[in-house]
Design a protein around this ligand. Structure first.
Ligand code: FES
Length: 180
């Protein structure tokens, strides 16, 4: 039968093992590398998540074949979120509205409301920001509400069947359009 001193050794040894495992677990994560995520389309026709931007800042956000003329298509922009200290891969950076026009021509509008940045959605025959109810026509012009300007345009191009946008953010709450 173990005496009191032996029992204390067993208890303290167990505690050390548990503590060591807790310390070692993050280290194991570093050795094994970051978790692997499987890209999945956000919706039919959208480009698989996590594609990110090329060196020139173009994000592939949709396939042209998914866009129907006159029918706005909302696409998600995903990529690396970078700040002064770190890079977080495969984050949702924002959303854009794509409008297919004649032929392969496409226009892109940021879905970020110029008022204070809520996401602009589709409502009947307009775009609507639900936060303070700003309405925009399908060209992005502001019809009603507190938005100080029209929806913000984004550069867009079509290449190899894909729709690419150069995703930028604009200053909110100002009549003048200013890229941040
Ligand atoms: S954030 Fe869109 S109307 Fe206020």
């Amino acid at each position: 039968m173990p005496d009191r001193r032996t029992a204390l050794k067993v208890v303290s040894g167990g505690a050390l093992a548990v503590g060591g495992a807790a310390v070692a677990t993050p280290s194991l994560g570093l050795v094994a590398g970051p978790a692997v995520t499987t890209p999945r389309p956000e919706r039919p026709g959208a480009h698989p998540a996590g594609a990110g931007a090329d060196e020139a800042g173009w994000y592939r956000v949709a396939e042209l074949s998914a866009l129907r003329p006159g029918e706005p298509f909302q696409a998600t922009v995903r990529g690396d979120e970078v700040d002064a200290w770190s890079v977080a891969p495969d984050r949702r950076l924002g959303a854009v509205w794509l409008l297919r026009e004649a032929g392969d021509a496409v226009r892109a509008l940021s879905a970020e409301c110029p008022h204070v940045g809520c996401q602009i959605e589709r409502a009947e025959r307009v775009f609507r920001c639900p936060c303070h109810v700003s309405d925009f026509d399908l060209q992005g012009r502001c019809l009603t509400g507190p938005s100080p300007r029209a929806m913000d345009p984004l550069d867009v191009r079509v290449r190899d069947g894909g729709v690419f946008v150069r995703f930028v953010r604009y200053r909110l709450g100002t009549a003048a359009r200013e890229v941040l």
